[in-house]
Design a protein around this ligand. Structure first.
Ligand code: ZN
Length: 502
């Protein structure tokens, strides 16, 4: 074995040891969200904080630095193969970002966001942005400071986006989201003006929670979530987490009066889970053994939830299942399809439909970019928010709770996170378009419960490249072009033009 080979294997072994700590944290967090008694929250938080500190210490240790330094040199001399060089490059970038911020700064930001959470909760309850403004102002300042530690190109916002979606700049995101937003504003106006409206209430189908659980487990398995290496549980806010590559946990929330809601969340989280189940076991703990970006992860959940899960064929499949579980559905297949695809501009992002969701994200992206670049003062955030909701979605924001205070992200210091939601939608449509071109009969199989060909296509054409590539490159390899919003726009026009009759 060559010296470089030995160092490379030593790096992977060391990263896996750090990952063991993160696995323990993930189990504790999963339990906290599912089964932990509420009185345990303070002690549990202390255990998690302690382990998180140990994991951070181990990752940013001299050992990591030393191994990476030698391997980066070897890669520069051309002594590593292409795959090893890519694994080292990704790890080194992540390591530099993790190490770039002084420990004092990291601690101050953690304290600030922990305190700000409570201030945000109270401000939201009182619907009073002014009560949250001093915290928001300091958080924005510290985000700008963080960007300068990490380093960036033209915009400091690049560094913050890079934490979630490496390989894409703020201006590149704007180049994708701005044309999308311009198209969607027109599309939403046409939908609003159409006299042909689906009856959304038809998609609210009651089913007892225990039967919903059986249904959700069955559908997750059917679309390809491997329950030999994962399981489904219930929670308040659905999520997916990896304990390690052989144990992927997904969750959903059962509402007795609306079984398509829990099913939609299950399909979404199973989409995340199936992507995770494709990651290379041998790279566990390394950046290369994880998603290239949050946007790409989100693209896979939304591909299954929306492009597959809201198709005519999938809904026909689900309808048969629901009826066999005793649900009463008082409408035709076509009425159910239209009801499940109702578009209606609203105030709250997490309740938004497939189309308007992206406009909610555009509002947040534009405001974040301006705040971080210093072209918007924090005191003008409410006006910036409310005027965009009026202009893009045609809705009047009645108060801060239903407006600028609705999301937890800013109080948690998560600037740069929002764009990944819509980037995910864009990637999902582009990838799905290519999958359909390669398999024109793909969707007819859904009605029979046949989803294997889609997962196989995704695995072969997208997932198998993720370890060594950044997202734009992986999308380009899978689809033949860099990410752009054209497939999403074409899909929306085709689907909703038909539903709304234009
Ligand atoms: Zn998701």
């Amino acid at each position: 074995m060559s010296e470089n080979e030995r160092l490379y294997l030593e790096l992977l072994r060391h990263l896996r040891e750090v990952a063991n700590l993160n696995s323990a944290i993930a189990v504790l967090e999963w339990d906290m969200e599912t089964y932990m008694p509420p009185g345990a929250s303070d002690d549990r938080a202390a255990v998690i904080a302690h382990l998180t500190g140990l994991a951070h210490e181990a990752y940013t240790s001299v050992k990591t630095e030393d191994l990476l330094g030698k391997l980066v040199d070897a890669a520069t001399r051309g002594e590593l193969d292409r795959r090893q060089a890519a694994v080292v490059r990704k790890e080194h970038r992540h390591f530099l970002a993790s190490k770039s911020q002084p420990a004092e700064f990291v601690k101050e930001l953690a304290d600030l966001t922990a305190r700000s959470h409570h201030v945000w909760v109270a401000a939201k309850e009182a619907s009073d942005l002014d009560a949250f403004l001093p915290n928001l102002s300091r958080i924005v300042e510290m985000q700008r400071e963080k960007a300068s530690y990490i380093g960036h190109g033209a915009s400091p916002y690049d560094a913050l986006i890079g934490e979630f979606d490496p390989g894409i700049t703020a201006d590149e995101v704007a180049g994708i989201l701005t044309p999308l937003r311009e198209c969607l504003v027109g599309l939403v106006a046409r939908i609003g003006a159409s006299p042909q409206k689906p009856d959304a209430a038809l998609a609210k189908i009651p089913l007892p929670a225990d039967r919903q659980r059986l249904l959700c487990e069955y559908v997750a398995r059917k679309i390809g979530f491997d329950d030999a290496y994962g399981r489904l549980d219930s929670t308040v806010h659905p999520f997916m987490t990896r304990l390690h590559p052989t144990d992927i946990r997904i969750t959903t929330a059962y509402k007795a009066d609306d079984c398509l809601d829990s099913l939609g969340s299950t399909v979404h989280e199973a989409g995340h889970g199936m992507f995770e189940q494709s990651f290379e076991h041998g790279l566990h703990g390394a950046q290369a053994g994880d998603t290239p970006s949050l946007g790409l992860h989100e693209s896979q959940s939304r591909l299954w939830e929306n492009l597959v899960g809201k198709s005519r064929e999938f809904l026909a499949f689900v309808r048969q299942l629901l009826e066999s579980h005793g649900a009463l559905i008082g409408c035709t297949d076509e009425e159910l399809y239209r009801a499940a695809n109702t578009v209606r501009p609203s105030l709250i992002r997490i309740e938004a439909d497939e189309v308007t969701y992206n406009l909610h994200v555009c509002v947040r992206f534009e405001i974040e970019k301006a705040l971080i670049e210093g072209t918007l003062d924090v005191r003008d955030v409410r006006d910036a928010w409310n005027s965009r909701y009026r202009e893009y979605l045609g809705v009047e924001v009645p108060d801060d709770a239903n407006g600028v205070l609705q999301d937890v992200h800013w109080s948690a210091g998560l600037f740069g996170y929002f764009p990944s939601y819509t980037l995910g939608n864009i990637y999902s449509a582009q990838v799905y378009e290519s999958a359909l071109q390669a398999n024109p009969g793909l969707e007819t199989g859904y009605a029979r419960g046949d989803f294997g060909p889609l997962l196989e296509w995704l695995t072969r054409n997208l997932y198998s490249h993720c370890a060594v590539m950044d997202t734009p490159e992986a999308i380009a390899v899978a689809t033949g072009r860099l990410p752009d919003p054209s497939a999403l726009i074409a899909y929306f026009r085709r689907k909703f033009g038909e539903i709304y009759g234009f």
